[in-house]
Design a protein around this ligand. Structure first.
Ligand SMILES: [Zn+2]
Length: 153
């Protein structure tokens, strides 16, 4: 359902800091680091809070909804096994964190900055998964639980 044909990116191995984040992707859960001291979120995971320097970054689940912050359409594959065109984007989540990701399930040239998106998952061969984003027809989230199990669209 993820439409990830040809999507075989080079993915880094988990390390001490990123292991919890990667483990959650196996269950298609998107985690964000949330600082225990200043309560702000950050991504990607780091050992220290980038906002206040606290060494107590905690984890919280993202609702998986956001908007396209910027994007670019890749027409020339950096590797021969990648299918083009595809869309690389910065997505700003409702929680405030920004992810570098891919946009899928819409013609590459049809995307616009500000488009609402929701997370989907591209499964990797080792059981982990990468968050990608697809068009979100629903209105802006209002403290609703994430639709982890519903795929109706
Ligand atoms: Zn902090």
């Amino acid at each position: 359902m993820t439409g990830s044909a040809g999507f075989a990116p080079d993915v880094p191995a988990p390390d001490e800091v990123t292991a919890p984040w990667w483990e959650a992707t196996r269950e298609h859960r998107l985690l964000l680091q949330t600082c225990a001291r200043c309560a702000r979120v950050q991504h990607p995971p780091r050992a220290l809070c980038v906002h206040c320097g606290s060494d107590e970054p905690d984890w919280s689940a993202s609702g998986g909804r956001g908007a396209v912050d910027s994007f670019t359409v890749v027409h020339r594959a950096p590797r021969p096994d990648l299918a083009v065109p595809y869309v690389i984007a910065r997505v700003r989540l409702a929680e405030g964190a920004v992810l570098l990701t891919r946009l899928q399930e819409r013609e590459p040239d049809a995307w616009r900055i500000g488009d609402p998106v929701r997370v989907a998952w591209a499964d990797l061969a080792d059981g982990r998964a990468l968050p990608v984003f697809v068009p979100d027809a629903a209105p802006a989230p209002a403290a609703r639980p994430p639709h982890d199990t519903e795929k109706g669209s």
